[in-house]
Write a protein that binds this ligand. Structure first.
Ligand SMILES: NC(=O)c1ccc[n+]([C@@H]2O[C@H](COP(=O)([O-])OP(=O)(O)OC[C@H]3O[C@@H](n4cnc5c(N)ncnc54)[C@H](O)[C@@H]3O)[C@@H](O)[C@H]2O)c1
Length: 359
């Protein structure tokens, strides 16, 4: 039997997520961590020492020319996307893996999609929570049919939009078998996070019409309901599905639960944990590169559809009314939102959100 190819990886941006990615690639024999890139010298030196890697650079270009990676991975703040997509294409990599959200505007997301499609490069976006056992269990319950006819999928988070909405809509879409979204309608409040490095309204809420008739309901931020069962604020996320025979939902930081006519009330453990989610997430990149038919569950095309829902909701706030999908180019959504959101403090759903949104 011939040995399977070892894929060379360059990781760019050695902050929190870059380190998670680099060490997950390093621990899997299907990958060789061939180089790391980071513009901040002390951070680069620290990452190099921790990973025991000597091939380092402040800029991806020359290092990639030398290394010729199969996978170009970048984990930078959300404002830095298209230039690194272009650098990834130029590197000759077959797959670009990068962090959510895919962009800060629909225009940029469309440019990214056009560029990678033209170059024939695969993309994978880090919506890796789904590998958690509690997420998998909820998907299994929904797929078993024990909820009856699913009519509603939902997701909400205490954290603000640009951090979390694409995670939520990705898992809602998964729970709804990736039915196409046809239109969205949303509303938003609060200017406090517009200048954040994940620029967002303090609260956004909206509805999604899926082509199979299922209703999606999504909320992010200060007004989203609290989940008192979860202590860790960033993990106060709940994603689930309701049907004619029951419901099933996952709590990012607190397991899963379901009530169905067939099985009664059932629940189980599980908590978001990078150490558990990153290994299968990177393994699935090798699996996809080995076999075209084994498309990565976090592929860029699915992420693009989640971006359409997310930015469609913002367009709905700005333009009012329903917004039909798919989205074409338009005014950059977050800037447009900044022009129209009233200067009124957001109203909270719970005191647990006070510190983050009202200081
Ligand atoms: N998937 C998840 O669960 C998850 C969790 C946290 C953060 N994120 C996302 O990951 C991304 C990065 O977040 P983080 O927490 O690792 O941030 P971070 O600030 O810890 O790291 C970002 C790194 O990128 C570097 N950088 C900035 N500009 C660069 C450039 N032009 N070229 C190369 N490197 C550059 C910075 O110096 C920094 O070291 C964000 O988009 C964030 O939303 C995802």
């Amino acid at each position: 039997m011939t040995a399977k190819k070892v894929y060379k990886v360059v990781v760019v941006g050695m902050g929190k997520r870059g380190m998670h990615h680099a060490s997950a690639f390093q621990k899997n024999p299907r990958f060789e961590l061939a180089g790391i890139v980071e513009p901040e010298a002390p951070r680069l030196a620290k990452a190099a020492a921790e990973l025991g890697i000597s091939k380092t650079a402040a800029d991806a270009g020359p290092l990639c020319e030398e290394v010729k990676p199969d996978i170009f991975c970048f984990c930078t703040p959300p404002s830095i996307r298209l230039p690194l997509i272009k650098a990834g294409i130029k590197s000759g990599a077959q797959l670009i893996a990068y962090e959510k959200p895919i962009a800060l505007s629909m225009n940029e997301a469309l440019e990214i999609r056009a560029a990678v499609q033209a170059a024939g490069v695969k993309t994978v976006v880090s919506h890796q929570h789904r590998y958690g056992v509690h997420y998998q269990k909820v998907k299994e319950i929904i797929a078993s049919g024990s909820l009856g006819r699913v009519h509603t999928v939902y997701g909400h988070s205490a954290g603000w939009m640009i951090h979390l909405i694409t995670h939520l809509v990705d898992y809602m879409g998964w729970f709804n078998n990736y039915a196409e979204a046809q239109w969205v309608m949303g509303q938003a409040a609060g200017r406090g996070k517009l200048k954040d490095n994940h620029p967002s309204p303090d609260y956004i809420a909206g509805f999604i019409q899926y082509s199979n008739g299922v209703r999606g309901i999504v909320e992010c931020g200060a007004g989203a309901p609290d989940i008192p069962e979860i202590d860790y604020w960033w993990r106060k996320n709940r994603i689930g599905a309701m049907g004619t025979e029951g419901f099933a939902e996952v709590l990012t930081g607190g397991g899963w639960r379901a009530v169905t006519r067939r099985d009664g009330a059932i629940s189980g453990a599980g908590c978001m944990n990078y150490d558990l989610e990153m290994p299968p997430y990177v393994q699935d990149m090798a699996t996809w590169l080995d076999d075209e038919t084994k498309v990565h569950p976090c592929n860029g095309e699915t992420a693009h559809k989640g971006m359409e829902i997310s930015m469609g909701l913002v367009r709905s706030v700005v333009q009012r009314g329903q917004v039909a999908l798919p989205l074409g180019p338009g005014d950059p959504e977050i800037e447009a939102l900044g022009k129209i959101l009233p200067d009124q403090p957001v109203l909270l759903s719970s005191e647990v959100n006070h510190k983050e949104y009202l200081g």
